[in-house]
Design a protein around this ligand. Structure first.
Ligand code: ATP
Ligand code: MG
Length: 654
């Protein structure tokens, strides 16, 4: 057996049962009910998915649920559909026709509401406009926009034509956009003049110009520009024969467009992963399997009801925005809040005022946001009435138990269940969590597998580790919303996901599974620390640090060390009112010693104002490793949010 287990020492024992009132009305009201559905999803996948997908629009039903030629899966063979019909058309003949699909609020407080009927109309008009530019099924369309309703219109208009959208986060610079255009060979780019970000106008069209001026982006024939800020705030240059205004393109277009019916396995979108670990990969998702995954998980994980006001704070440039802002909620007929701006504009109370004003009932955000709210203090949420909330969710990183309990107490008022959802760009939809009425939550644990998902924690030879032992997190069976390949690079698909552990999809994460079947993600396997002969995930050490009152955020990395093999270096940012320095460093070392064990006391504690993050807000440890080792930064830096943070850390070195 290989010596690759990950040891765990920080055992969290708190548990929070589903509130009785919540469980009583929940879609899945008990652990037994969950187990029965889960078992059915494995024993009879065809029957299970047929029933659960029955409210989606299929033009022809499937004849076979799965064809599995490892590592390539095809789901729902023989089915034909168009994803936009499930998100729009299916609601038009019902009371949802005039229900708000999108409640939008701009950074400066402007609001707009789009009903399902209006959204349908806008999607049809843009689809007609795109078709007039020559876009046909299979073409790729890059979308480089901010958080305005039109970004949803753009995605669904592509889907309506069978065109493949690739949304590029509006914070990426021109070169990153160019690379993604080149890799996907996009024919059209859809953008907007600019977007508000923390009170200033960010010129998006300008960045598109910089990208399109490069020869690598020559696949693009047209750029469509939505006017959001207007000429006075954000003047743009329109290049003749290439650039068209959105409003001119859709003007006079028919208000209806017949959806292009595609095969179940027709590509729906390509999404480049956020790049915590390396060169972005173009993850390919196809139509039926992805839609079914997003639809069913949204319904069950968020226990979605007709009257909910649902708010997922993720940017549409990430997979969370795709699955839980667009395809999942809209295919369920939900009302979604969409907010354009920053959480701290004009101050740290903005999110809480949004919840109060719009009566948000379900709130889904990321640990990085929660940690920054904690750092700002409880007085901000205290100013707003958050009593409309009934369910909270988190995604993106392991959540430190202290952050979890703060979220539960301060935002959820102690009454809202929290769903800690583990999944990836590659998995398309939520893979593990605790269904809110069915199973108790444990702070820091993601929970139990979703329907059809078979996770395991293994050694690299594929043998299972013992209960409560750490190892590699893999998925043993194909699931409907899994990625189909890496766009244009099937070898990378095989190499990246299917070669580390025999016969299994390797997630890249380390985890342990406790006696109750709950999964605890301990960090990325590439980041595992070798401390005094123990292999440790980063999450435990970081969570131990964050449980100290002075610490806002922490990142743990290893540094090559002649004597020990690896020395433990932690980067810590403090909460206001605490003074970084040798005294605090000693206190933190002792704290970690008490929480985990003396062996885990950091060799070096470095204080930083901020930690390097991906643009989606995840701590990026690979750069911290370089800094800890005194090396030059290696690898792609285009996905880092603020290069200034790295420069500052280096300067502190000298
Ligand atoms: P890249 O793959 O390009 O390095 P990324 O992995 O950050 O980027 P995503 O697909 O957005 O891109 O993130 C998935 C990863 O995020 C998971 O593999 C896991 O490491 C982490 N993650 C997501 N949700 C959770 C969660 N609830 N608990 C713990 N970790 C999570
Ligand atoms: Mg990843």
């Amino acid at each position: 057996m290989s010596n690759d287990a990950i040891t765990t020492h920080l055992k969290e024992t708190r548990r929070f049962e589903p509130p009785e009132a919540f469980a009583a009305g929940a879609r899945v009201p008990s652990r037994e009910a969950y187990e029965a559905l889960y078992r059915e999803s494995l024993d009879d996948p065809d029957g299970f998915w047929r029933r659960e997908a029955s409210d989606l629009v299929f033009r022809t039903p499937w004849t076979q649920a799965l064809e599995w030629t490892p590592p390539h899966a095809k789901w729902f063979l023989g089915a034909t559909l168009n994803a936009s019909e499930s998100c729009l058309d299916r609601h038009l003949g019902t009371a949802r026709r005039n229900k708000a699909a999108i409640l939008w609020e701009g950074e400066h407080g402007a609001t707009r509401t789009l009903t399902y009927a209006e959204l349908h109309r806008e999607v049809c008009r843009l689809a007609n406009g795109l078709a007039s530019l020559g876009v046909v099924a299979g073409d790729r369309v890059a979308i480089y926009m901010g958080m305005v309703p039109e970004v949803v219109v753009a995605m669904l208009a592509c889907a309506r034509l069978g065109a493949v959208h690739t949304v590029v986060f509006g914070g990426f610079a021109a070169d990153a956009l160019r690379d993604r255009i080149q890799d996907s060979q996009a024919k059209v780019v859809i953008t907007q003049d600019g977007a508000w970000r923390r009170g200033s106008a960010l010129g998006l069209k300008q960045t598109v110009d910089q990208a399109l001026d490069q020869p690598e982006a020559k696949s693009v024939t047209h750029a469509i520009v939505y006017r959001h800020l207007g000429e006075a705030v954000c003047p743009v240059h329109m290049k003749r024969d290439r650039d068209v205004w959105w409003h001119e393109l859709v003007d006079g277009q028919p208000l209806r467009r017949e959806a292009t019916v595609v095969d179940a396995e027709h590509p729906l979108f390509i999404l480049y992963t956020s790049g915590s670990t390396g060169k972005p990969k173009g993850v390919l998702h196809t139509t039926a399997g992805y839609l079914v995954g997003a639809h069913v998980t949204t319904k069950y994980v968020f226990d979605l009801r007709e009257e909910d006001v649902y708010w997922c704070t993720a940017d549409v440039g990430w997979v969370t925005g795709h699955s839980y802002l667009v395809y999942g909620p809209l295919s369920n007929g939900a009302t979604c809040l969409m907010y354009e701006g920053a959480p701290n504009f004009p101050d740290w109370g903005r999110y809480w005022r949004l919840i109060e004003k719009h009566g948000v009932t379900i709130f889904y955000t990321a640990p990085t946001a929660i940690r920054s709210f904690i750092r700002q203090g409880d007085e901000w949420p205290a100013k707003s009435d958050l009593s409309s909330l009934r369910l909270l969710g988190t995604v993106g990183e392991p959540i430190n138990p202290e952050a979890w309990t703060w979220y539960h107490r301060v935002i959820g008022g102690g009454r809202c269940p929290i769903v800690d959802t583990w999944w990836q760009t590659e998995t398309g939809s939520i893979m593990m969590t605790t269904l809110p009425g069915a199973s108790a939550s444990k702070p820091g644990a993601t929970g139990l597998p979703m329907f059809g998902v078979v996770p395991a924690v293994v050694h690299s030879d594929g043998t299972q580790v013992g209960a409560d032992e750490g190892g590699l997190l893999v998925i043993l069976k194909p699931w409907p919303s899994m990625l189909r390949t890496v766009w244009g690079d099937d070898d990378r698909y095989k190499q990246q996901y299917w070669s580390d552990v025999p016969g299994a999809y390797f997630t890249g994460d380390g985890a342990r599974c406790d006696a109750e079947g709950y999964h605890w993600v301990v960090g990325r396997v590439d980041d595992v620390l070798n401390v005094a002969g123990h292999r440790l995930g980063t999450a435990e050490i970081e969570s131990a640090l964050v449980s100290h009152p002075a610490v806002a955020e922490a990142a743990a990395v290893g540094r090559p060390d002649d004597l020990k093999g690896q020395a433990l270096v932690v980067f810590v940012s403090t909460k206001p009112g605490y003074v970084p320095g040798p005294e605090l460093a000693i206190a933190l070392g002792e704290h970690v010693g008490r929480e985990i064990g003396k062996f885990a006391r950091p060799d070096t504690i470095r204080f930083a104002d901020a930690l390097p993050k991906t643009r989606s807000g995840k701590i990026m440890r690979r750069f911290l490793k370089d800094i800890a080792a005194g090396r030059e930064t290696t690898g792609d830096t285009s996905t880092i949010e603020d290069l200034g943070v790295l420069a500052k850390l280096r300067a502190d070195d000298g």
